[in-house]
Write a protein that binds this ligand. Sequence first.
Ligand SMILES: Nc1ncnc2c1ncn2[C@@H]1O[C@H](COP(=O)(O)OP(=O)(O)OP(=O)(O)O)[C@@H](O)[C@H]1O
Ligand SMILES: [Mg+2]
Length: 245
Amino acid sequence: MHLGMINQRGIDQLNRQIKRPIITNADQSWHVFLPNAPSPFFGRDHFVVRVAELLLNRRHVTLCGPGGIGKTSLAKAVIHDSLIAERFRNRRFFTSFDGMDTTQISTRTVREQVCRAAGLDGRFNERWEEVMAFLTREDTILVIDNAEALAATRNADSMTRILDDLASSPSIVILVTTRSKYTFAPYLITQVVSVPTLEYKYAQETFEYLCPQQIPTDVIDELLHGVNNHPLSVNLLARLAAQHE
Ligand SMILES: Nc1ncnc2c1ncn2[C@@H]1O[C@H](COP(=O)(O)OP(=O)(O)OP(=O)(O)O)[C@@H](O)[C@H]1O
Ligand SMILES: [Mg+2]
């Protein structure tokens, strides 16, 4: 701004900005909750690389697929990928709306969740502009897990606006997981990655990892075939088999 153009209003505005309390790293709790890398986790190496590359190229990514297909597991693996960890370090934040009652989700709860994911007190949601300034100050990755819950709320438009705001910052990349790609945040431009079922050999590896007892291969084949190598189903079957063998 040309100095000659500064009037009282401009001065007031600058004054407000200077006086405004600023949220800093010191406001973060010493430990930002980050979920562990998934285990067991087989057959997704190329997906991890692909999603990490997209994120490193500053693209927002949506992992899409039916319940139990492995979206959350993939997101967890991505935030622990070495290149992602190196780039974003302690600015890797994970928030989940898994199992949340959609009637209880409001703008406030979403903001609270994002604050907590960033290691901030949930009450900072009332200082959202500052939270946004904090989030956009450094390269940050934000995982929004089970985002279909946001689309199912009464005020889905407000949710979309929060996410659009975050997504519009050049320093933030967003990794969304959702069961339904069409209903979620239509303005948030993301690269959609559909998560498929496991290849047979990896379903088999998962089964054998969780159920080390000797079970005839043709029995395992039949079980896996029956659930189409669906990761959650394979996990459940293997755990059951391990208990009953
Ligand atoms: N690649 C994999 N190898 C072995 N097990 C896996 C793999 N991916 C996911 N699983 C297992 O499958 C189950 C479901 O995975 P996950 O929770 O990631 O699914 P999801 O797509 O996020 O489901 P939802 O839509 O319900 O949130 C978990 O028990 C997880 O450990
Ligand atoms: Mg999930």
